[in-house]
Design a binder for this molecule. Structure first.
Ligand SMILES: NC(=O)c1ccc[n+]([C@@H]2O[C@H](COP(=O)([O-])OP(=O)(O)OC[C@H]3O[C@@H](n4cnc5c(N)ncnc54)[C@H](OP(=O)(O)O)[C@@H]3O)[C@@H](O)[C@H]2O)c1
Length: 269
């Protein structure tokens, strides 16, 4: 990432995205801000221009709408100044699976998975052509802690984590860096929007949104590929990842493990 890169932030009208916008503006980056609420984006853009003197382009778009999503993909592909994507727009649905319909979760999948993936692919290709760039993907601690979240939201954030790490592996040699950020509960509107009042949360687990983004950016500056702002001891994550890596040589073999008692016969190739 160069200090001159324009930063495109999705979900920038409030919450985590709006704080990323403020922090990148403070660092002198021009911005492209994407969300549905034009009025809120406009108010934020005016403030950032006034306070930090950066250019801010507003793109009002519903990223669950394919036509509008493709417009943002094309913008990333065609604007040579964009060198950082903050893939942040996301939503939660506080509903148990039992009693829900598949449609209750469709927008969540469209936004958290489809839009994040398509924008990530568009950015990776554009940045590779430009000789480098950075993608910051907002996952969640629920991506590794499905015990404490709804199945579809947790699954979507596990996808974002896995997508981020694999995308980094695929593109690092082309000058790209992909960071996955795993916030714990953070004080934003997402809770009310999801149907769960923020007052139901224990304040001991709830982080201020500015502190969360500042920690995530400190992790970004330090070159971390996975940043968990709340985790006190990074060695715990490293041990978790080391255990995962230990599985690697044995995950794909030509015979089932002996504990399954399968009598292996010669199969024709
Ligand atoms: N807050 C937490 O506790 C927490 C924890 C872990 C991970 N995260 C993740 O962090 C990211 C940001 O969350 P947040 O807490 O800042 O949420 P938030 O306060 O609800 O803000 C969400 C942002 O996304 C935008 N957005 C929502 N639907 C959209 C759509 N269909 N098209 C385009 N933009 C849309 C919203 O703006 P408009 O309404 O104007 O479109 C808003 O700017 C999400 O990916 C979330 O899953 C949050």
């Amino acid at each position: 990432m160069s200090t001159k890169d324009t930063v495109l932030i999705t979900g920038a009208s409030t919450g985590i995205g709006a704080v990323y916008a403020e922090r990148f503006a403070k660092r002198g980056h021009n911005l492209v801000l994407v969300a549905r609420d034009f009025q809120r984006l406009e108010t934020l853009a005016a403030r950032l221009w006034e306070q930090h003197g950066v250019n801010v382009v507003i793109e009002a778009a519903d990223l669950t709408n394919r036509t509008e999503l493709e417009r943002i993909e094309q913008l990333i592909a065609s604007d040579p100044h964009i060198g950082v994507l903050v893939n942040n727009a996301g939503m939660a649905v506080s509903k148990p699976i039992i009693g829900s319909t598949p449609d209750d979760f469709q927008k969540l999948i469209d936004l958290n998975v489809t839009a994040a993936t398509r924008l990530g692919i568009a950015a990776a290709n554009a940045f590779a052509k430009r000789g480098g760039g950075a993608i910051i993907n907002l996952s969640s601690v629920l991506g590794v802690a499905h015990e404490i979240g709804g199945a579809v939201y947790a699954g979507s954030k596990a996808f974002v984590l896995s997508f981020s790490r694999a995308l980094h592996n695929e593109t690092a040699s082309l000058g790209l860096r992909v960071q996955a950020v795993l916030p714990g509960a953070t004080r934003t509107e997402i809770w009310e929007r999801s149907g769960r009042g923020i007052e139901t949360l224990d304040p001991a687990i709830l982080m201020d949104v500015h502190d969360m983004v500042d920690a995530a950016l400190a992790g970004f500056d330090a070159g971390e590929l996975v940043t968990i702002p709340a985790l006190p001891d990074v060695a715990d994550w490293q041990a978790f990842d080391a255990a995962r890596l230990k599985l690697l040589p044995n995950l794909s073999r030509n015979a089932p493990a002996s504990r399954y008692g399968v009598k292996v016969v010669e199969h024709a190739a």
